[in-house]
Design a protein around this ligand. Structure first.
Ligand code: SAM
Ligand code: SF4
Length: 411
């Protein structure tokens, strides 16, 4: 979501005549888009701010802005902590900065070719905020309650993107499965997918993140039947133990989760599943952690994002439960899960050796083209031709737990 917000802000600044530069030293305006989902993310922002301070002292005309989830309603506190920052903007509330940037840019030359084309893949937020209040999570406090964008607005935006070269959209939300419940006609995500699937020139549609308690059969069937909707579902489980799931307030049991995965897999052949897991939640025993290990081994996800529990001030968990799993133990559990998942991903990806996959090419890295399969696997290949934004066929010749390499067979 932060990446999507940053892209949008960069694009609006680009329209005003601003250009991106590689280093803060060369910039007139520096914006930090912060994440505070874990302490480590917050520390990174604080360090970056500390590093920018001397530059601001040397060049008082440099404008510094902080946005993202670090900015809550108590901006006074942030102002006294970081007095050298000029703007504090709550997530997506960029208007004060844009107004200022517009005034400052009146002397700038508009770039006439901007924005003639966009990258082949882009994010489209469809629902903001979250109503779930999982006990560990800061998101509902910083991004507010759920607010869906009207379907017509999203469709218009995607049509416009496609006109400017976009081939793939990823619909974004903390919980995309609850899309539409707050809109007058109560459309749902399946209805939106159905409409977007008809847009000519659009090749692929993805969505994330799904919530296991809200995923409907209708949505699963929409993914199976709509040709542009990719066979990839991000379905965070968070823990493999029912007691822990209950104190996390996730709203489902492991039995329900497994039943859902079975239904997804039987309805959508070759679907790729990814998940998120938190280890070291307050009072998580070794045995409870073992249940998570068992689940990961049993369900064999394509990707597992593992995080060590990090208490977030203001959340229910930080108020009610002691953060009592030692850091070393959290790290050991995280590494154990990552090791297990690395082997599983290696095995799953090795199954693609020799197969021909369809890749949407997103760009070039270290001289090689890179893109993704419909199942979200990263693929690298070499070609002298300009493949950007093309759907190509690649024969897989080498696999690893994280990516695939192959030979271009059809352009
Ligand atoms: N809405 C999604 C869901 O329901 O899982 C994910 C949103 S959250 C911003 C992204 C991931 O960060 C979560 O899946 C979770 O694993 C992790 N996360 C959130 N709060 C955390 C915390 N306090 N400590 C560690 N990891 C956390
Ligand atoms: Fe956070 Fe839970 Fe909402 Fe996801 S569903 S954003 S984890 S509160």
């Amino acid at each position: 979501m932060n990446k999507a917000d940053s892209d949008r802000l960069a694009w609006r600044l680009g329209q005003l005549g601003y250009q991106q530069v590689g280093r803060a030293e060369e910039a007139d305006l520096v914006i930090l888009n912060s994440c505070v989902v874990r302490q480590s993310a917050e520390d990174k922002v604080v360090n970056k701010l500390a590093n920018l301070r001397p530059l601001k002292m040397k060049r008082p005309d440099l404008i510094l802005a902080l946005t993202g989830c670090m900015v809550d309603s108590q901006t006074e506190k942030l102002k006294s902590r970081f007095p050298f920052v000029d703007f504090f903007l709550k997530p997506q509330e960029f208007d004060p900065l844009l107004t200022y940037a517009e005034e400052k840019s009146s002397g700038l030359e508009r770039n006439p070719s901007f924005p003639s084309s966009l990258p082949p893949t882009t994010f489209v937020p469809i629902i903001q905020g979250c109503n779930n209040f999982c006990t560990y999570c800061i998101v509902p406090y910083r991004r507010g309650r759920e607010k869906s964008r009207p379907m017509s607005e999203i469709i218009r935006e995607v049509q416009d993107f496609v006109q400017r070269g976009v081939k793939e959209v990823t619909l974004l939300g903390q919980n995309v499965d609850s899309y539409g419940h707050d809109l007058p006609d109560k459309p749902d995500l399946a209805d939106l997918l159905q409409e977007l699937n008809q847009i000519e020139g659009l090749l692929r549609i993805r969505f994330l993140t799904s919530h296991p308690k809200d995923m409907t059969q209708k949505l699963i069937e929409a993914v199976a039947s709509l040709d542009k909707v990719c066979e990839h579902i991000s379905l965070p489980v968070q823990a493999g133990d029912n007691e822990i799931l209950k104190v996390m307030r996730r709203g489902y049991t492991i039995e329900q989760y497994k039943e859902l995965v079975a239904r997804i897999r039987s309805t959508i052949p070759e679907v790729a599943l990814s998940t998120d897991v938190i280890v070291g939640f307050p009072s998580e025993t070794r045995e409870q952690f073992q249940h998570t290990v068992d689940l990961i081994r049993e369900l064999r996800f394509d990707v597992v994002h593992v995080a060590a529990y990090s208490p977030r001030p203001g959340t229910i968990a930080s108020r009610k439960f002691e953060d009592n799993v030692p850091l070393a133990e959290k790290r050991a559990r995280l590494q154990e899960l990552e090791r297990i998942q690395e082997n599983i991903a290696a095995e799953i990806n090795a199954g693609l050796l020799g197969r021909e996959v369809e890749v949407l090419v997103e760009g070039k890295k270290k001289g090689k083209w890179q893109g993704r399969t419909r199942t979200d696997k990263l693929v690298f290949f070499e070609s002298e031709a300009d493949c950007l934004g093309q759907l190509v066929k690649v024969k897989i010749e080498h696999t690893s737990p994280w990516s695939l390499q192959g030979k271009l067979i059809k352009h």
